[in-house]
Design a protein around this ligand. Sequence first.
Ligand SMILES: Cc1cc2nc3c(=O)[nH]c(=O)nc-3n(C[C@H](O)[C@H](O)[C@H](O)COP(=O)(O)OP(=O)(O)OC[C@H]3O[C@@H](n4cnc5c(N)ncnc54)[C@H](O)[C@@H]3O)c2cc1C
Length: 422
Amino acid sequence: MRTTAVIIGAGQAGLAASWWLSRRGVDHIVLERGEVANTWRRERWDSLTLLTPNWQSRLPGFGYEGDRPDAFRTRDETIAFIDAYASHVAAPLRTNCAVTAVRATSDGYEVQSSEGTWRCRAVVIATGAFNVSQVPAVSQAVAPEIFQLSTAQYRSPALLPDSGVLVVGAAASGAQLADEIQRTGRAVTLAVGEHVRAPRTYRGRDIQWWMDVTGLNDERYDQVENLVRARNLPSFQIAGYPDRRDIDLNALRELGVRIVGRVAGVRDGKAQISGSLRNVCELADLKMNRLLNVFDEWAIASGIGNEIEPTHRFAPTRVDASPPLSLDFAKSGIKTILWATGFRPDYSWLDVPVLDPKGNIIHDGGVVTDSPGLYLLGLPFLRRRKSSLIDGVGDDARDLTAHLVSHVGVRSAHAAVAIEAR
Ligand SMILES: Cc1cc2nc3c(=O)[nH]c(=O)nc-3n(C[C@H](O)[C@H](O)[C@H](O)COP(=O)(O)OP(=O)(O)OC[C@H]3O[C@@H](n4cnc5c(N)ncnc54)[C@H](O)[C@@H]3O)c2cc1C
């Protein structure tokens, strides 16, 4: 089979790319190993709500039109939203079609899948940034009687043993699940390394409103000082709950969650805990205050300082005088460890030599320069701070499909008009 471009993956990124390629008159197909929005269906927990408010889900040609712009979608509502987008885009879609290999050919690429082989000029990899859980090697030293799982495997607290739980990692997922599990009566210990503290609401406005209006979400990949660091930062420690409550470490402690430092090792039924808790908390407080300063400065410069609630600061993170350096699983009643330690993408099917030693694709803002015609979408800070968000992938898809069009040399009248209209 032949087509001009193959898009791999039918999450928001693949669908946004399809929307732009259709507008630009580029013949293409979207190959999806499962269903549309597969990751939201199969790899997220039951109670998940988006961190981003409804208004902040602006996909190309599609946005929020309901009467609850400030509410947060549930997982099922998110699936319905992405499904509706697929219908809107009318993407040429093959579901239940897993891509098993991509190889370079003399005039483009060969894409092998469970449903046949396509030859094409260009490939857009939109397979997601969060495919494989990054569970640290120390997990292998944990005794078999302790139940271990990652956030991608977690569905609900009801499926956990009725005993203490160690949640490792305090980005958005770890903090949310510590909150959820503690509320079931299980004693939760949260192991905290470097994290990004942020309030849900500041001066009466949502954190994402601030990130949007100040232009921080639009900051480009070629403007940040340390791109590698920016791409690897943990997510904001926030949740999208109807009561808009904070889930920072102070709030979790108030709920009864025990806060300890990073898990550095496991030996003889005990976790060795790093002594860095105070430092990482002070750093997180400092960085949050710097971010709030940026918001305040923007409010003054834009003249709305008097129209919103007054400026204020949050209480510093409380840390015990002598946080523990060891955690005995048996004595603490811990029978479950939930690893909320992040993800990495899976390119095991890619037979093009473009990976760095860590298994990431080498690219310049999504353009895989060592393999012309190969593109990436949906990774953190791919082209902008918002790149991995529902709200951010559309702008990246517009930029990269423009590059793709010039690469394959599509010259239809429709394509030319669409490019000029950008
Ligand atoms: C826990 C969590 C919460 C998040 N919350 C938010 C939020 O509140 N707001 C927000 O804007 N963003 C959020 N994100 C970030 C982002 O929006 C999601 O990760 C989103 O799923 C990314 O969309 P995507 O299209 O890039 O990738 P995915 O949704 O992962 O889509 C990739 C698709 O590719 C398919 N695929 C993979 N490999 C193959 C293959 N070999 N062959 C064929 N198909 C393949 C997969 O089945 C999948 O359908 C969250 C992320 C996580 C992990």
